[in-house]
Design a protein around this ligand. Structure first.
Ligand SMILES: Cc1ncc(COP(=O)(O)O)c(C=O)c1O
Length: 452
């Protein structure tokens, strides 16, 4: 089963280790890839790796603690580092690379737009913004789109719109609006967003915080209902909590929140920035429960892994509360991002990526579930999105990620002992098998080390 031990898998010193041959077929059926990849232990980084890490460590703010892999190029599901080693990317930039690295359909549009126009600002119209908003509104079955850049900006914008809707439409006294959120949420890193985070490391030292948020346990619809009062303008939720460890709520949770929001005249806002856009086998994670929120917050994969592109999507009675001068962004809705976003929406409209995620996700989850009792405690998620709880006795999630990177597999730990598998949706069944084989062998090795 362990492809990495096949001949050709350990020739790091040889010329093949430096090969960076791109996929013959974009979208990736390169099952020979793992065998061509080098397997130098990361404990012995090459010179180029060490030099790249040294300069980054010296000059870059230390707000991340990356694995010692220095990416230099990527294609489909494969990343190549500065030494020429290849890695199967099972993080996909936290779902931003849903369509694969350098997806040719997306890069073709990006190249063409680079040669036409990239930035206009919203002081003028541009010919790409309208078609993008029309396509995205249609995909979401909503009236309007507010284009922004990062995910956090979309969340901030959604909060502003909900408060304005509360004041202008619902009649909440100005300055009194309240928003119900979930504990253990992750919606980004700005001051207002961390104001309602329950993660001490996200908040420590960053106060004072923005008032107007009430946090309730995720999955508890009664608690949501109890937290709503006359000044509540919105309930803001990730339909599946990503950073918390891919936490899927009870089946009745989102349908009940939908009902409660409708009954109490409160906006239901779904942050689909990580869960949405085909990641879980549907266009939106909310679709698993047939729930339609009043507002979608989108980002990450919307920019086709080329540009930051995020959006607030809602009906006119909600987004229509914004007037000129009340909100904006210099780069929001720029023609390069809009052209790429239109292509991403067209690709999603085919349903192909949702189907891939659903079908291959079953295979991924079945293979991962088979490891329960062999170093894995639990597996959660839908589609090509899995949170895998590792037995803490085998080491930390970070230690396991280091071992997996040495085997040529990139995954990310979250909350101690949970690993997140979120490969680009162009991954093949064979590549999934190879990835899970690496996990299986890393767990077995950790188990042996524990016994020894
Ligand atoms: C659910 C969710 N919302 C918002 C964000 C913030 O997005 P960004 O990092 O682009 O600001 C993230 C990022 O991981 C996320 O997972």
């Amino acid at each position: 089963m362990n492809v990495a031990t096949e001949p050709g898998g350990s020739d790091v010193a040889g010329p093949r280790a430096r090969e960076t041959t791109p996929f013959a077929e974009p979208g990736g059926s390169d099952v020979a890839g793992p065998r061509a990849r080098g397997t130098t232990p990361l404990a012995e980084p090459g010179e180029q790796t060490a030099a790249a890490i040294a300069i980054e460590d010296h000059y870059t703010a230390r707000n991340y603690a990356p694995l010692p892999v220095v990416a230099a190029s990527a294609d489909g599901v494969w990343v190549t580092d500065v030494e020429g080693r290849r890695y199967l990317d099972c993080l996909a930039a936290y779902s931003a690379v849903n369509f694969g690295h350098r997806n040719p359909q997306i890069t073709a549009v990006a190249h063409a737009q680079l040669d036409a126009m990239t930035l206009a600002s919203r002081a003028f119209h541009n010919d790409k913004l309208g078609p993008f908003c029309a396509a995205l509104a249609a995909l979401c079955r909503k009236d309007m789109v507010l284009p922004m850049n990062s995910g956090a900006e979309a969340v901030e914008s959604g909060i502003k719109v909900a408060r304005k809707w509360g004041t202008d439409v619902k009649g909440v006294p100005a300055g009194d609006a309240n928003i119900v959120v979930a504990q253990n949420n992750f919606h980004g890193r700005t001051i207002s967003i961390i104001s309602f985070s329950s993660d001490p490391s996200a908040r420590g030292g960053f106060g004072p915080f923005t008032p107007g948020f009430t946090a309730v346990p995720f999955g508890d619809a009664d608690a949501v209902a109890a937290a709503i009062d006359d000044n509540t303008v919105a309930v803001l939720l990730e339909p599946i909590q990503g950073e918390a460890g891919i936490i899927v709520p009870p089946d009745d949770f989102l349908p009940r929140v939908r009902e409660i929001c409708t009954e109490r005249n409160v906006l239901m806002i779904a942050d689909e920035i990580q869960a949405g856009l085909a990641r879980t086998g549907y266009t939106f994670a909310c679709d698993h429960w047939g729930v339609v929120p009043d507002m979608y917050l989108l980002g990450k994969a919307l920019g086709g892994s080329v540009v930051p592109l995020s959006a607030v999507v809602a009906d006119a009675e909600v987004l229509g509360v914004l007037n000129p001068g009340e909100h904006g962004s210099t780069f929001g809705g720029n023609p390069l991002a809009a052209a790429i976003g239109t292509t991403v929406v067209e690709m999603l409209a085919t349903g192909e990526f949702q189907a891939r995620s659903a079908q291959l996700g079953e295979h991924l989850h079945a293979r991962l579930r088979a490891l329960i009792g062999h170093g894995v405690l639990a597996v959660r998620g839908f589609g090509l999105w899995a949170g895998v709880d590792i037995d803490p006795a085998l080491g930390t999630g970070k230690q396991l990620c280091l071992g997996l990177a040495a085997r040529g597999l990139l995954v990310k730990d979250t909350h101690g002992s949970t690993l997140r598998f979120a490969p680009p949706l162009v991954i093949t069944s064979d590549e999934i098998d190879w990835a899970v084989d690496q996990l299986e062998s890393a767990l077995a090795e950790a188990g042996r080390a524990r016994v020894d």
